[in-house]
Structures are given as C-alpha cells and as structure tokens.
Design a protein around this ligand. Structure first.
Ligand SMILES: [Zn+2]
Length: 241
C-alpha cells in the first residue's frame, strides 16, 4: 500500500473516533449522561422544550404551563436567548429549568474542537448573562456528540441531558393529534420527553403548542406527576444533583 493510503486510513479512523465513537459513548453507555429518571416509585415524567426562545411559541408554551401549574425545562439557543432575554427570564421566574442548547445550534459532527468549545461555552455564557446565574445543564443539538463535546461541557460546568421520548413535533407536516398520540403512547415512568417550542419548522412547533394542554392533562390522567427534569431523581445516568 502507498503511504498516502495509510495516512488517509489513519485520518478516517480518527474522524470516526471523533464523531461516531463519541456519539456511541454519549448515546449508549456514558453513565454521566442523564437520559431518563427512575422507573420505580411514584411515576414521574419531565417535559423538556428545545430550540427557543421563540417570541410567539415560547410565550404560548409558558402560558399553557402556567395555567396548568406544570413545571418543565427549556433548553435555549444562546443567540435566540440574547434576542429574547425576557422570555428566558420569564421561564426561570415561572419556576422552569433553563438549560443550554448551544450558541447557534450547529451539528457536533461538523464542528472542530475549537468550534465545539465556542458553541457550548458560548451558549452557557449567553444564558448566564441573561439570567445572572449558573446554567447547570446542556442538551447537544440533535443529541449529537463529538469527542470535544465532553471537554467543553466540563469546562462550562454542565451536565449533559438527553431524553427517552422524542416527540414528532419537529418534522414538517406534524399534526397536534399525532404529536399527542405519539407521546402518550411512548410515555413511561421516569420519561424525559423532548418537545420543541421553536423548531426550524414553526408550523410543527405550533402544532406542539396546540397539543400541549391535552398532553399535560393526558399524562396526569394516566397517573404521572409532571416534574422538572432535575427533580426526577436518580435514574439511568447519575443522579441529577
Ligand atoms: Zn435543537
């Protein structure tokens, strides 16, 4: 084999370790990453909302949660938080958890270590500036990891949280009825449910908002307590605190 082939092979192996290896660690076996709460005890579920704040959809989501007295978590995009800081502060003041969804929502597989650091630490810095308090949690966009994600999260002093139920509220053509049916069908004790209050497809996020009152009521009717993600208790992954 020519030397160039060895070099090319080594580069490809390194790239695979940087992306796919890190992805497998994050999605499958890293015990430090929160994916769900405990299944035992009184059944609890945590709602989480990604991709906001959005001036209309986040405000509507907060209105619904307030009238239902339902706590949740909002994983905000730093650049959007800087554009709508009042919504981030309102989420916090309403008793919700505010987490980091990076500075501009780029896919980790496309980021160098330096850009990964910029996205994660930059998002944390933006939110800390808006709220004047530390931000304890990170949710990587699309749940995508590279090897630098772990280092940057540690540097930002953030724990990583994923989800155990993905709502189909991000895809074009999503309808409130199908979002509601899918989440109720997949709900389980200790679930962390991933919803989108400001997804790229605004119509789909609007369908989520339309489904939200029935979603909260439906989960409660099935016996679930709706709690903040950091109050689920110890589950898969280490205890939240
Ligand atoms: Zn996202």
């Amino acid at each position: 084999m020519k030397p160039g082939w060895y070099l090319g092979g080594a580069a490809l192996a390194g790239l695979c370790a940087y992306t796919l290896g890190a992805q497998a660690q994050g999605r499958m076996w890293d015990p430090a990453i929160l994916r769900r709460g405990p299944a035992a005890g009184r059944p609890r579920i945590a709602l989480t909302f990604d991709d906001g704040p959005h001036p209309l959809l986040t405000a509507a989501t907060l209105d619904i949660l307030r009238s239902a007295a339902c706590p949740a978590a909002f994983f905000c995009i730093g650049e959007r938080a800087l554009r709508h800081p009042e919504l981030v502060r309102r989420a916090r003041d309403d008793g919700h958890l505010v987490g980091n969804h990076t500075l501009s929502h780029r896919h980790a597989w496309l980021l160098t270590p330096g850009a990964t650091h910029h996205e994660i630490v930059g998002g944390a810095t933006a939110l800390r500036g808006v709220l004047d308090q530390p931000i304890a949690w990170l949710r990587p966009p699309w749940g995508a990891f590279n090897a630098a994600t772990y280092v940057a999260a540690r540097k930002a002093q953030q724990r990583i949280a994923l989800w155990s139920v993905a709502a189909p509220d991000w895809a074009p053509g999503a309808r409130a009825e199908s979002i509601l049916a899918a989440v109720l069908a997949r709900a389980h004790p200790g679930a962390i449910i991933d919803l989108h209050d400001g997804g790229r497809d605004e119509a789909a996020s609007a369908e989520m908002v339309a489904a939200l009152p029935a979603l909260v009521a439906g989960l409660r009717a099935r016996g679930y307590d709706l709690v903040r993600m950091d109050q689920l208790g110890a589950g898969e992954g280490a205890a939240p605190f």
